[in-house]
Design a protein around this ligand. Structure first.
Ligand code: 4NP
Length: 157
């Protein structure tokens, strides 16, 4: 997909790019491929605190339980190239959205505005003790990402 002449990308952004947005990227990539939509999925953080690190163990584990491999991903902060007008940016929570706007990003979507979640934040499982909560977060991200991609597909985004 990266070899396309006019690539389009969905970029998911959370704080650390090690828990939520890597899951969103993996879920989106899998769904885009399943639907035959030639968009690329990517993810980044509003911070570079974990730059170069793979997703957190629990994120890798919950994705694997759903048949999705995300262990190859590496955290990176958002950058100027992410302001490409062909990129659709999706923030995982409202703080991420505000931080992106403060960094000069416009037209940023909130993931929780999709899938019937009424603008809810995707809770940050980084702060949950243990594995509990990852299933819930995974399920929310999956529902919202699928709905977002349906809207990309039908041309409303
Ligand atoms: P994420 O979770 O934004 O879903 O990747 C976090 C990961 C790390 C930190 C915060 C949130 N941190 O403070 O290091």
């Amino acid at each position: 997909m990266k070899s396309q002449a006019n690539p389009k990308k969905i970029l998911f952004v959370c704080l650390g790019n090690i828990c939520r947005s890597p899951l969103a990227e993996g879920i989106a990539q899998t769904y885009l491929e399943k639907k035959g939509i030639a968009w690329e999925a990517d993810s980044a953080g509003t911070s570079g605190w974990h730059e170069g690190e793979p997703p957190c163990e629990n994120a890798i584990k919950i994705a694997k339980m759903h048949g999705i491999e995300i262990a190859h991903q590496h955290s990176r902060p958002v950058n100027e190239a992410d302001k490409d007008i062909r990129t659709r940016i999706v923030a995982l929570d409202r703080k991420n959205l505000a931080d992106l706007k403060a960094q000069g990003f416009s037209n940023v979507h909130l993931l929780g505005d999709f899938g019937g979640f009424g603008g809810e934040d995707v809770p940050d499982p980084y702060y949950f003790p243990g594995f509990e909560g990852f299933e819930k977060v995974y399920s929310m991200i999956e529902t919202c990402v699928h709905d977002f991609i349906e809207k990309v597909e039908n041309g409303s985004l």
